[in-house]
Design a protein around this ligand. Structure first.
Ligand SMILES: NC(=O)c1ccc[n+]([C@@H]2O[C@H](COP(=O)([O-])OP(=O)(O)OC[C@H]3O[C@@H](n4cnc5c(N)ncnc54)[C@H](OP(=O)(O)O)[C@@H]3O)[C@@H](O)[C@H]2O)c1
Length: 306
């Protein structure tokens, strides 16, 4: 079994006892997709957790990268997400099956509801989320998926799910970096045994220039990206940095051989909250007026080795 599942520093244990590698690889379509980087991450850098989504349009490519890496499927923690246009009892199930087919897998490690929004005109929003979550509960019961969770859910959305359904989400994935640190939501999740997971840990690259981040990096002889990732991990928040460049994928994985000092953590924990990478206000429009999945991928640049 890979080191990430045996070394307690390299995974978190979810409320249903499943181990989630604390460092994963992001694969959002923003900035493109690199087959080389994903294969390198798996083969040479020890990543065993991949975060993707139907929306990113690269599930098929990830299946090819997993195959090319030679890493056994059961060693890899594979997450994908259900886009709100697919919400609803039957459509969610179909979306799940479609993702499994594209990812060439019999089961998923984690399936997340991508956003708490639902398509306009779909009637009672709460009922729609209830039916959708119920579909995930059934998939869990059938052992088609090991972990079910949500993404971008705020306290009120989680309140509704918890009240309406039988299984509390195992995890909630949200934006998380020192410039956007939702402390109240994290505490809410902790109190209910919902693992909080972070996305955009580098604030899409914008966090790398933060003067405090740069200063800590200089003092420790590390890079700003490593400081930001290490800060997530020391907060016990799994994170999924993305890079299309193999050397950066490697750099981002070298975060288990140093620690941030108490004073570094305190200063980064208390930064001004100045960056929002993903604008919640634009999501409804993206759901209602959909562009194709992976519309930011620039497919002419996606090269997949034979
Ligand atoms: N659930 C959701 O709604 C949601 C939303 C957003 C993201 N996510 C997930 O979270 C993942 C990560 O977030 P993200 O992709 O938005 O942003 P991110 O990981 O915070 O940052 C990625 C950006 O940083 C650059 N970068 C990466 N490593 C670097 C390094 N060591 N030095 C300098 N620059 C570096 C990358 O450019 P290069 O490629 O040129 O290296 C890219 O522009 C996504 O890929 C996705 O899987 C989920």
């Amino acid at each position: 079994m890979a080191d990430v599942y045996t070394n307690p520093e390299k995974h978190v244990v979810l409320s249903n006892n499943v181990k989630l590698p604390i460092l994963g690889l992001g694969t959002s379509h923003d900035g493109g997709y690199s087959h080389e980087a994903v294969v390198w991450a798996l083969r040479e850098c020890g990543y065993r957790h991949i975060d993707t989504a139907k929306r990113y349009g690269c599930e098929t490519y990830i299946a090819q990268a997993v195959k090319a890496s030679g890493i056994p499927r059961e060693d890899i923690f594979l997450t994908t997400k259900c886009w709100p246009a697919d919400y609803g009892a039957d459509t969610t199930r179909k979306a799940f099956i479609g993702s499994c087919q594209r990812l060439d897998t019999e089961y998923l490690d984690m399936y997340l509801l991508h956003w708490p929004e639902v398509p306009s005109g779909s009637g009672d929003k709460r009922q729609m989320l209830r039916d959708t979550w119920r579909a995930l509960e059934v998939l869990l019961d059938e052992e088609r998926v090991r972990v079910i969770g949500v993404s971008n859910f705020l306290e009120q959305h989680l309140d509704d799910i918890i009240e309406d359904c039988s299984i509390t989400p195992h995890l909630n994935q949200c934006e998380f970096h020192p410039f956007n640190n939702p402390k109240h939501l994290r505490q809410y999740c902790k109190d209910r045994s919902i693992q909080f997971e972070g996305y955009s840990p580098l604030a899409k690259g914008r966090g790398l220039r933060g003067p405090q981040v740069v200063s800590v990096a200089r003092q420790l002889g590390r890079t700003p990206a490593q400081v930001l990732i290490r800060w997530s991990l020391q907060n016990n928040v799994p994170c999924v940095p993305k890079s299309t460049k193999p050397e950066r994928v490697k750099e981002n994985s070298q975060v288990f051989d140093f620690v941030l000092r108490k004073e570094d953590m305190t200063s980064l924990d208390n930064m001004k909250q100045t960056v929002t990478c993903v604008n919640r206000a634009t999501i409804q429009d993206k759901i209602d007026n959909p562009l194709p999945d992976g519309y930011k991928l620039n497919l002419s640049k996606v090269t997949v080795e034979p």
